[in-house]
Design a protein around this ligand. Structure first.
Ligand code: PLP
Length: 480
């Protein structure tokens, strides 16, 4: 690593990235390439001799960017956002520059200590109860994704109950969630060795706005106990992936507490909104949870990956995940004076991810972050109003944050074609490259999702996307 060479090349790369952002609106937001396109464009083996950075950048421009779906485009309204920002980018850059591997405190004390401090800062912004802070028995840790966060808490919860009932009872353990819970729940149960039939996804419908019914949960738990099973885990969601439903944490927390279960709250997307006083009520009841997760890399201006997980009992995680090989032993760890984050996660190695979250919090400050969230929610409200004013369309689930679920209504005599019509509309709109939306199914109904949350999105982008949707709807209805 020659410092002057780094300076020269990194300047070129920053220029390239700045130009990318300058021109981002000119790309089709959803990549329009066909599967296998890159195989045709790149050689079959690596070069023997070094090539120039300029040659690589030329290839990026002509061969890679056409195959990129532009998540940072202001016309991106699909899935949930995955934010980038100048602060987040600079933090990533610094982390890549220092490139340490902070699995134990000793391997880079600043990495561990900054992570502890910054997750306490963020916990305070979210007004999490004090027992999630590092000053008590709990604390926060940065995981790569919400899926990993859920997996590590399921492992901790599983081992906690098995210590009580014996390892042989693993086949009797039951985990619950609603049928709107992210698929990472089923994956985590699979990895944790929970019997597939004992990962119970309880049915939701329009009557609870797709939130988990506490009555249904109580009934399921009573039934399972009666047949000799052992309920041990509940995942509640604040802001479900399909429609941003919010599970009733207070009532669910009471049930889990009285049954000695671990209660995890997944607020991967909507957690960010809870830094605004007017949205904080969505996590009322978090006092009863054992763990809480939000993805700073979704809607909090922090470049991927950065998923914040807090637990009330850090020892439960450590008991499940700690290893202590001779080659990692050191005085600080042996004396129990430090946090070794390797014992709070699946891998050993870990990056200096707290740097980017620290930069985001310092360079923007709470007030700007709140305005950022509020602006997206206003834009989603605006889109919802546009839909409501157009009789051919319908909003199909209540909007709570920055996601609008909607559909195009079929002609009266073709109601059974509604799903096909909306699927056609999605593909017609996305293939223009002018916007990118996604879909879900709610109560058997194909539903379009319009999620505002890309940092560059302005009102004009929402209006333009709406215009494309209207035009495509007109064309489709003529042929239907
Ligand atoms: N939970 C919810 C509510 C989500 O919406 C998502 C993804 O969108 C996830 C979990 C999974 O996120 P990750 O990719 O960080 O694992």
């Amino acid at each position: 690593m020659d410092a002057e060479q780094l300076r020269e090349n990194a300047h070129k790369m920053v220029d390239f990235i700045a130009d990318y952002y300058k021109n981002i609106e000119s790309f089709p937001v959803l990549s329009q390439v066909q599967p296998g396109y890159l195989q045709e464009l790149l050689p079959g083996s690596a070069p023997n001799k070094p090539e120039s950075l300029q040659d690589v950048l030329d290839d990026v421009q002509t061969k890679i960017l056409p195959g990129v779906t532009h998540w940072q485009s202001p016309d991106y309204f699909a899935y949930f956002p995955s934010n980038s920002s100048i602060a987040g980018f600079l933090g990533e850059m610094l982390s890549a520059g220092i490139n340490m591997v902070g699995f134990s405190w000793i391997t880079s004390p600043a990495a561990t200590e900054l992570e502890i401090i910054i997750l306490d800062w963020l916990a305070k912004l979210l007004k999490l109860p004090d027992n999630f802070l590092s000053t008590g028995q709990g604390g926060g840790v940065i995981q790569g994704t919400a899926s990993e966060a859920l997996l590590v808490v399921i492992l901790a919860a599983r081992d906690k109950v098995l210590r009580r009932v014996g390892n042989d009872a693993i086949g009797k353990l039951v985990a619950y969630a609603s049928d709107q819970t992210h698929s990472s729940m089923q994956k985590a149960c699979k990895i944790a060795g929970i019997h597939p039939e004992n990962c119970k996804l309880l049915k939701t419908d329009k009557s609870t706005e797709y939130a988990l019914s506490p009555e249904l949960l109580s009934e399921a738990i009573s039934h399972d106990i009666a047949i000799g099973l052992i309920p041990f885990f509940l995942c509640g969601t604040v802001g479900t992936t399909s429609s941003t439903a919010v599970d009733p944490l207070v009532a669910l927390g009471r049930i889990t507490k009285s049954n000695g279960m671990w209660f995890h709250v997944d607020a991967a997307y909507a957690g960010s909104a809870c830094i605004c006083p007017e949205y904080r009520h969505y996590i009322d009841g978090i006092e009863e949870a054992d763990s809480f997760n939000m993805n700073a890399h979704k809607w909090f201006l922090t470049n991927f990956d950065c998923s914040a997980l807090w637990v009330k009992d850090r020892n439960a995680l450590i008991q499940s995940l700690s290893t202590n090989p001779e080659f990692l032993k050191n005085k600080a760890s042996e004396a129990n004076m430090v946090v070794d984050y390797k014992d709070w996660q699946i891998p050993l190695g870990r990056r200096f991810r707290s740097l980017k979250l620290w930069m985001v919090l310092r360079l923007y400050g709470l007030e700007n972050l709140q305005s950022y969230i509020r602006n997206h929610i206003e834009l989603a409200k605006h889109f919802e109003e546009l839909i409501s004013q157009e009789p051919r369309f319908q909003v199909v689930a209540p909007r709570k944050f920055s996601l609008v679920c909607f559909c195009l209504l079929p002609p009266h005599d073709k109601e059974d074609c509604a799903n096909k019509l909306n699927d056609d509309l999605l593909h017609a709109a996305n293939s223009t490259g002018k916007l990118f939306i996604s879909h879900t199914v709610l109560s058997g109904k194909y539903t379009l999702r319009f999620a505002v949350g890309a940092p560059l999105t302005e009102k004009r982008h929402v209006n333009e996307a709406w215009k494309v949707l209207q035009d495509k709807a007109t064309a489709l209805l003529q042929t239907f």
